[in-house]
Write a protein that binds this ligand. Structure first.
Ligand code: UGY
Ligand code: MN
Length: 243
């Protein structure tokens, strides 16, 4: 018996908060020496899949017909595709378009965040090519002129991409400048620090390791609480008409 059944984890019609104490690990097809905690998936109502993959040394991911984004949280992954081969360490990431052959093999005990999504064509635009990047090289910009809230886009600013993935860092006490209510959905992983997340009509204390899914139009606001900055990685659908 743990905490008499208490958890901060919470599911509501317009959002989901998953705290690490609620994570249930299971292998996905094709995974070897690895497990996944699936945070968001179509059965939740999301139009993408986001999961944390945990690898033993030499662990691998299975194939996917979908576009795939992999961000290394800690440890190291050897990534191989026809265009490049690279050892990815914490903060490094790769993007692979739908159907692109690639393989991933853990160099040591490793955790990575994985996003998979069917690609939504845009008439007149070609699908993006594979690429690699690193959080440390992503250019930071203030959110709506506030230097205390820094946004680092991890994907190129191009209509080819049907989603965006940003790092957001809040100085202690800094907050989103407004309660946002928008058509895009979000998948969010807290990387550092913590604070209060308003989601719909709930105010949740959140901390590093938590995952949040926000449905389209879910009212959202965040304020960093504590003596260290809060940082999260946030997914949103992007560059496409709403349907
Ligand atoms: O990009 C966004 O919509 C972002 N500002 N949302 C959020 O942090 N909840
Ligand atoms: Mn938002």
């Amino acid at each position: 018996m743990k905490h008499l059944g208490y958890t901060r984890g919470c599911q509501q019609p317009n959002h989901l908060l998953l705290t690490p104490d609620t994570f249930v690990r299971a292998p996905l097809p094709g995974m070897q020496k690895a497990t996944a905690t699936v945070h968001a998936a179509p059965r939740l109502g999301a139009r993408f899949t986001e999961y944390s993959a945990e690898f033993e040394p030499d662990g691998t991911l299975g194939d996917t017909p979908l576009q795939r984004f992999i961000y290394v949280l800690d440890g190291g992954l050897r990534f191989t595709c026809p265009h490049f081969r690279e050892d990815l360490l914490a903060g490094d990431y790769v993007y692979m378009p739908a159907g692109a052959a690639h393989s991933v093999c853990a160099l040591e005990t490793t955790r990575a965040l994985v996003i998979e999504k069917p690609y939504q064509d845009l008439p007149g635009a070609t699908a993006p090519a594979s690429f690699r990047g690193s959080l440390g090289r992503a250019v930071s910009q203030p959110l709506m002129g506030d230097p205390e809230v820094q946004v680092r886009p991890l994907l190129p600013d191009s209509p080819q991409f049907d989603f965006a993935l940003n790092s957001m860092t809040f100085a202690p006490g800094a907050s989103l400048p407004m309660v946002e209510i928008h058509v895009m959905e979000h998948g969010l992983l807290m990387l550092d620090g913590g604070g209060i997340y308003r989601l719909g009509d709930c105010w949740h204390p959140v901390a590093a390791g938590d995952f949040i899914w926000m449905a389209p139009y879910c009212p959202q606001w965040f304020c960093a609480v504590g003596k260290t900055p809060a940082q999260y990685l946030i997914y949103k659908d992007w560059n496409r008409h709403a349907d």
